[in-house]
Design a protein around this ligand. Structure first.
Ligand SMILES: *[C@@H]1O[C@H](CO)[C@@H](O)[C@H](O)[C@H]1NC(C)=O
Length: 156
């Protein structure tokens, strides 16, 4: 199973023309999350070898791929990435919130599924600094159950 999963992720990353994907272990599940997340690969993220925040250059493409196993199903899954601060979470505008673009739909309860974000970091839009990014996945008719984790990125 593990070999199959790694192979599939490798294929997904190849499909997204990712060649520098690094396995990332330093993501953190939210305290109230309703899912498990495994086998995360971020491209680019050479910093992952040193357990540091991924550095994402402006005006470049990045990708985030992982396997997740939700405790809930979703026919109309929505997703968003937020910049987490100690006051509140700011959504990144420009993310299409239709999760079916990144995973196969419907999202099936208690089943391992694949996720692939291809993201573009626009020039001069975000302050070049360190961000804790929060990933969220939920169903449009049920926001009480969520898949949620955070990871660290530096826009450079
Ligand atoms: C990012 O990806 C898009 C879509 O694949 C492509 O059109 C664009 O040229 C890429 N941009 C950069 C800076 O590599």
């Amino acid at each position: 199973m593990a070999v199959f999963v790694i192979t599939l992720i490798a294929l997904m990353l190849a499909a997204s023309t990712a060649v520098n994907a690094e396995r990332v272990y330093s993501y953190r599940m939210c305290p109230n999350t309703d899912c498990e997340v495994y086998d995360m690969f971020i491209d680019p993220c050479p910093e992952a070898q040193y357990n540091r925040a991924c550095a994402w250059p402006e005006n470049s493409n990045t990708s985030v791929a992982f396997i997740y196993k939700p405790e809930f199903g979703a026919h109309f899954p929505r997703t968003q990435l937020y910049a987490e601060t100690f006051l509140t979470d700011f959504p990144f505008l420009g993310i299409n919130t239709n999760a079916c673009l990144y995973t196969s739909c419907p999202v099936v309860k208690d089943t391992q599924q694949y996720w692939l974000f291809d993201l573009f970091v626009p020039p001069k839009k975000y302050v070049k600094t360190h961000y804790t990014i929060k990933f969220m996945l939920w169903d449009i008719f049920n926001n009480h159950q969520q898949c949620c984790f955070t990871f660290d990125v530096k826009i450079v």
